[in-house]
Design a protein around this ligand. Structure first.
Ligand code: HEC
Ligand code: HEC
Ligand code: HEC
Ligand code: HEC
Ligand code: HEC
Length: 305
């Protein structure tokens, strides 16, 4: 057994507090006559007249569309009544019951839920994941996007760019939209060599690299900054990225090209053979000398309004 009580506690305590507070805000279904609807909790919640539309999308979370499993997540307040505890945005305590190694999946659950890592002091987690806001990205019932995602996020490692491909990420990272469409930029992303926008260069091309080639959506294992993965699949192999961050840029040494560096103020020359660059190298003298960081524009905007 690994010892990890303290980190688990620091994660769980705030989550449970929020959960308990939110549990006071309950939901009840009241009909036109002002009566609370009654239900038979032994029967299925999906009938021809109740929740009939559920389970029709391309990807279904089996437990989320099974009329007899709804009460796994929707706790009944009064037996026989259609009244449930309202689910707060922090759904981590619910999801962890089946998706955490800490708990054994209930025996009557069909299919095996993939276990995800919730706490590991060697890892650096993505803010919404660390905050337990699973349903910012996943739909608990069903979805038209793979892995029950709430918006588009291509499954592939290579994909041509088109607006909308990454709407899952852009919902919060609004400034990045501009960074994905302009070849030369001095704001909105730190991933640039001088004014050469490296997000644009990797992502916005016919055989673009997708976000997941470089970033891990939940967190990076090696505590690498900016959620950079340690490796990505390349055919049957796995290639190391070896990312290192510096104060004004970074470097990586993946097997697909030799070590390359970027620097936002003193653009680094590479002798890599690459496709022609659009636009011209021009890093304003003022920016170079003063090393102004546009911190404010690259922040994740967190919760949607
Ligand atoms: C895995 C947990 C889980 C299961 C199982 C589940 N739900 Fe939900 N449900 C949620 C969460 C979480 C929300 C809050 C909405 C959100 O965050 O997306 C929700 C919201 C809802 C809502 C409010 C409208 C909406 O979609 O936001 C309805 C109605 C609902 N669920 C019905 C059901 C029914 C009927 C079943 C069984 C067929 C079911 N749920 C099974 C987690 C679950
Ligand atoms: C009662 C157990 C249970 C709970 C609670 C539960 N899940 Fe699952 N989950 C499963 C099972 C079983 C699977 C595998 C079968 C499937 O995809 O339906 C799964 C699969 C998944 C998958 C992966 C699907 C894939 O394509 O590999 C995601 C993502 C997921 N769940 C998210 C969530 C989130 C987010 C929550 C909390 C809102 C949650 N689950 C709560 C049982 C559960
Ligand atoms: C910022 C968005 C985001 C948040 C927040 C998030 N996830 Fe995910 N999750 C993803 C993406 C993207 C994938 C699938 C990536 C892929 O496989 O290409 C995924 C995959 C998964 C899978 C499938 C794992 C597998 O091995 O296939 C599970 C289970 C899951 N998430 C559960 C959770 C739970 C539980 C939470 C909350 C603690 C959570 N996620 C929060 C984006 C998110
Ligand atoms: C629910 C909102 C939300 C969604 C959706 C979201 N993010 Fe984030 N992300 C954040 C927040 C909040 C931060 C922290 C920003 C900060 O510290 O300034 C963050 C930070 C990051 C960082 C920087 C991490 C660091 O160490 O500085 C990267 C990279 C990132 N997100 C990538 C993604 C990718 C890729 C997706 C799509 C799979 C995505 N995000 C979806 C909210 C979100
Ligand atoms: C070729 C690898 C690569 C790809 C592909 C990539 N990124 Fe990044 N990204 C990086 C690196 C490296 C940084 C860190 C820049 C720094 O801080 O020096 C970064 C930084 C970020 C940040 C922090 C804010 C910023 O721009 O400086 C976010 C958010 C982000 N990426 C999201 C995404 C999303 C969303 C996608 C897909 C549309 C994506 N990235 C594709 C390598 C990549």
């Amino acid at each position: 057994m690994k010892k990890r009580p303290r980190t688990l506690l620091t994660l769980l305590v705030p989550i449970i507090v929020v959960w308990i507070i939110s549990a006071f805000f309950i939901t009840q279904d009241i009909n036109a006559q002002g009566e609370i609807l009654s239900i038979n909790t032994e029967a299925s919640c999906i009938t021809s007249s109740c929740h009939a539309g559920m389970g029709k999308k391309k990807y279904v979370h089996a437990v989320g569309v099974d009329g007899k499993q709804c009460i796994r997540c929707h706790e009944i307040l009064n037996q026989g009544e259609h009244s449930f505890k309202k689910i707060p945005p922090v759904t981590f305590p619910i999801c962890s019951k089946c998706h955490s190694e800490e708990f054994t999946t209930p025996a009557d659950i069909k299919g095996s839920p993939p276990k995800v890592i919730f706490e590991d002091k060697e890892m650096k987690f993505h803010a919404p994941f660390a905050e337990g806001k699973c349903t910012e990205c996943h739909d608990p019932h069903e979805s038209n996007f793979y892995k029950h995602l709430k918006a588009d996020y291509t499954e592939e490692y290579y994909a041509p760019y088109s607006s909308g491909t990454y709407s899952l990420c852009l919902k919060c990272h609004k400034g990045l939209e501009k960074a994905l469409t302009e070849p030369r930029i001095l704001t909105d992303t730190k991933f640039r060599n001088g004014n050469l926008n490296l997000h644009f260069r990797h992502v916005n091309r016919p055989k673009g690299r997708t976000c997941k080639t470089c970033h891990h959506h939940h967190g990076s294992k090696t505590k690498a900054p900016r959620l950079i993965r340690d490796a990505f699949p390349f055919g049957k192999r796995s290639l190391m990225i070896n990312f290192e961050k510096t104060e004004t840029g970074g470097s990586c040494a993946p097997a697909c090209h030799a070590t390359v560096q970027y620097d936002r103020y003193e653009p680094v020359e590479t002798n890599m053979k690459t496709t022609p660059r659009e636009g011209i190298d021009a890093t304003p003298e003022e920016l170079r000398l003063n090393r102004i960081e546009e911190e404010q524009v690259i922040k994740g905007e967190g919760e949607k309004k």
